[in-house]
Design a protein around this ligand. Structure first.
Ligand SMILES: [Zn+2]
Ligand SMILES: [Zn+2]
Length: 388
């Protein structure tokens, strides 16, 4: 396989900085999609746009017919005000590439550069640029919009930059990589009353308090201790004065686990705890889950080995540290409901600006664009050739 020249790398870095300066939120990636389309077309790659919103697919045909493989990058940003002070910092107030998806796009354009230059392979590589990873399940939106029928690939591969690992080192988990997620919204309601006359109304704040603690007992008592699970209430709003029992309290939270069965169980327990909390505090309750559950990301063995082989062939270092997965989620799991695949983590190195994922000082490391691009391109070639 050919390699990226220093001029190629400089170009990809300039793309990354342009993307970083123009972050767009989930479902709003219009500028980003246009930027990607123009770069792919300049490489001679036909592009199919508006798949599942702002998603796009570039198709690289090899020099002979053969199987098909997909490489995926996400492209959306977060509602965070950037504090890096970088020359290419966000120009869009309140929006920021704080998860490194700007880097993922640059990496996939880099892989496209390598693959399109020679086309010295049999088969097809589909470049899947996915919108709305951070919110709204863009992977699912692309699938519902016919991704798998229009671009029939046998397996899908992707990666995420990871700040707790040395720069350029690659981790391929044995199985689970990232958790499945299920978000919920709850409102407890009652008539409201004078704070000194609690017998005249139910108490939504009391219900919320019982729910908050009861939910933790669901994790501790309903889930097998050998299963990882998390339930977090991230928002609890209700009331505005010392002397009034309010008419409502709103809570929002998330459930995380590595197996769909565990998430389903936690949903059942969340319903039961919410009903019990409402009953204790004489309230009514409305509980809504964001549907569907975002499935866990777990590597399938063959695809994991394909990526591990590519790590060796590319001369990259395999991460030797703690290989535990994360309870953070990624909607790559929707692709894995339909196709086998693998999701690598590539080390972003020590935080230059003391930033972590989803934090206002985070920055993707430009030094991992070339290794990331080489990894994806080599994995695609290995998949098409059936090498592990
Ligand atoms: Zn993220
Ligand atoms: Zn991310």
């Amino acid at each position: 396989m050919n390699t990226l020249s220093q001029a190629d790398i400089n170009t990809l870095i300039s793309y990354r900085h342009a993307l970083h300066a123009h972050p767009e939120l989930s479902l709003e990636e219009v500028w980003t999609a246009g930027f990607i389309r123009d770069r792919l077309e300049a490489l001679g790659i036909p592009v199919h746009e508006k798949i599942g919103g702002n998603g796009l697919v570039g198709v690289i045909e090899g020099s002979a017919p053969g199987p098909a493989v997909a490489l995926r990058a996400d492209m959306d940003a977060l509602a965070i005000s950037e504090t890096t002070g970088l020359s290419y910092a966000s120009k869009n107030p309140g929006k920021m590439h704080a998860c490194g998806h700007d880097g993922h796009v640059a990496i996939l354009i880099g892989a496209a550069t390598l693959l399109a230059r020679t086309r010295n392979f049999a088969g097809t590589v589909h470049l899947v640029f996915q919108p709305a990873e951070e919110r709204f399940g863009g992977a699912r939106l692309m699938i519902e919009d016919g991704l798998l029928e229009r671009f029939p690939f046998e397996r899908i591969l992707g990666l995420h930059n990871w700040p707790d690992m040395p720069a350029g080192e690659v981790l391929l988990h044995e199985g689970p990589v990232m958790a499945g997620t299920s978000e919920f919204d709850i409102t407890f309601r009652a008539d409201g009353a004078h704070a000194a006359m609690p017998h005249l109304s139910g108490d939504p704040l009391l219900a919320g308090g019982h729910f908050l603690t009861g939910l933790q007992q669901a994790v501790a008592r309903a889930v097998d201790p050998y299963e990882a699970a998390v339930a977090t209430v991230g928002s609890f709003h209700g009331g505005h004065a010392q002397n009034i029992i309010p008419q409502s309290a709103d809570l929002k939270g998330t459930l995380r686990a590595f197996r769909m069965e565990t998430l389903t169980l936690l949903r059942e327990r969340t319903r039961a705890v919410a009903a019990a909390a409402a009953s204790i505090a004489s309230c009514t309750v409305d509980l809504a889950f964001d549907d569907p559950i975002c499935p866990p990301v777990a590597n399938t063995p063959l695809e994991r080995d394909l990526m591990r082989a590519a790590v060796r062939q590319a001369g990259l270092a395999a991460y030797r540290g703690d290989p535990r997965p994360t309870m953070a989620g990624d909607d790559f799991g929707f692709f894995l409901l339909h196709r086998p695949g693998a999701y690598a983590w590539i080390g972003n190195g020590p935080a230059v600006l003391d930033g972590r994922l989803h934090q206002p000082a985070y920055d993707f490391n430009d030094a991992i664009i070339a290794p990331g691009a080489t990894l994806l391109a080599r994995t695609a070639l290995g998949a098409l050739a059936g090498r592990t």
